[in-house]
Design a protein around this ligand. Structure first.
Ligand code: ACO
Length: 358
């Protein structure tokens, strides 16, 4: 029997959604009818979550309401630290955050789940440096409070704004691998906590949310080699992927890259670092064009995300977890939308193994 198999499921439409529209040819993202620019300028992270979760995790949601739900969720997460931190603090951050999410009670509410991430990441970053975890501050936004809990002192307003822009920009992006994972999990009537744990696990891979740290490793390696073009060509000839380039959907332009570029510039980070990153970006695009002709491989968000998080003093091995702190809002919205369909996700495979002798 002739069957056509799509191993990466590209082009397969697996859900109707009102959450976000992503057009890779246009370089467009709308979150419930809002552009990323509008969300960043007029709504901020909590306002965007209110828009995203409306009708899914509450009704008549406002920015202020989400801010207080997140603040209460952070307090709850802080009160629960002792449940899991003894084990998690001894492990790499990726594992520590997975432990924190897995320790959530099965019936945890969406805001409580989402608010666990910034508390867990900040506490684990401090504890491995021998510092005590810092209690959340209810009066602050998620971005401002994350920086405060991580550093032990309040961040400058422009820093909190830059992180808020990052959170807003990356919190929802269509049926990404991790959001799909959340849908698959919840479609069996498993809990939202299980959906988020599985989404987080899928997210940590370097082809998805695990890319921003390796982008900086790449910049460091190129700087040490002292030959940008030579280093890039050697990687591509060896078949290695360049971190921060290419996207399954955004083939022409990733609209988030420009928004984040402006946010990085607002922090006035080390100008030498920025100029070097730009030079690498330009040369990498030329090298990809030469070595992968016919493929449209453009800059994705990770280069600017990495520069932004570095300028904010976030440790490199926490980049993925900070990204997850924002994207968790999207995982939850997708999971709840899937719950509403009541339909279990169960595709089929094409058997290509041996047949019984008879
Ligand atoms: N560097 C070098 N080659 C690449 C890259 C890259 N960054 N991205 C894709 N390619 C190559 C592939 O090897 C393939 O080449 P081939 O056909 O000669 O074997 C060709 O381009 C086509 O690749 P696709 O199959 O179209 O790419 P796919 O959709 O599977 O992958 C992905 C998208 C995973 C993001 C890929 O571009 C990649 O690995 N990028 C680097 C990692 C990265 O930056 N990840 C973060 C993505 S953003 C996010 O998830 C938040």
């Amino acid at each position: 029997m002739d069957v056509s198999v799509s191993n990466g499921l590209e082009g397969v439409i697996a859900a109707d959604t009102v959450l976000s529209h992503v057009d890779g040819n246009d370089g467009t993202i709308w979150v419930r009818g809002h552009t990323i620019d509008d969300l960043v300028r007029n709504h901020g992270f909590e306002g965007t979550v209110a828009i995203l979760w409306e009708g899914f995790a509450g009704a008549g949601l406002t920015r202020g309401q989400i801010q207080s739900e997140f603040a209460a969720g952070r307090q709850k997460a802080f009160a629960r630290l002792d449940d899991w931190v003894g084990l998690a603090a001894k492990r790499p951050l990726l594992e520590g955050v997975r432990i924190a999410l897995a320790a959530l009670p099965e019936d945890a509410r969406p805001a409580e789940i989402a608010a666990t991430l910034p508390v867990a990441v900040a506490a684990l970053v401090r504890m491995r440096a021998g510092q005590a975890a810092v209690q959340p501050d209810d009066s602050l936004s998620a971005a401002a409070d994350f920086l405060r809990m991580m550093r032990g002192e309040e961040a400058a307003a422009k820093e909190a704004r830059a992180l808020d822009t990052y959170f807003t920009t990356v919190c929802e992006n269509g049926l990404g691998n991790s959001s799909f994972t959340a849908r698959v999990t919840v479609s069996t009537q498993a809990s939202l906590v299980s959906a988020v744990v599985s989404a987080y696990c899928a997210f940590t891979g370097p082809l998805h949310g695990g890319a921003p740290g390796p982008v900086l490793d790449m910049l460091d390696a190129i700087e040490a080699a002292g030959d940008i073009e030579g280093w890039l060509a050697a990687q591509l000839v060896a078949g290695t992927r360049l971190m921060g380039f290419g996207h399954r959907v955004f083939r022409i332009r990733d609209p988030r890259a420009e928004v984040l570029r402006a946010a990085v510039a607002s922090l006035e980070p080390d100008a030498g670092r920025l100029a070097f990153a730009r030079e690498v970006e330009t040369k990498a695009l030329a090298a990809l064009h030469k070595h992968k002709p016919g493929r449209s491989l453009k800059t994705n968000i990770e280069m600017n995300a990495a520069l932004l998080l570095e300028a904010l003093g976030v440790p490199r091995d926490a980049f993925t977890q900070v990204f997850a702190a924002a994207r968790c809002a999207g995982w939850l919205a997708n999971a709840i939308e899937q719950q509403k369909t009541g339909r279990m996700i169960r595709p089929a495979s094409n058997y290509v193994g041996p047949r019984p002798a008879d």
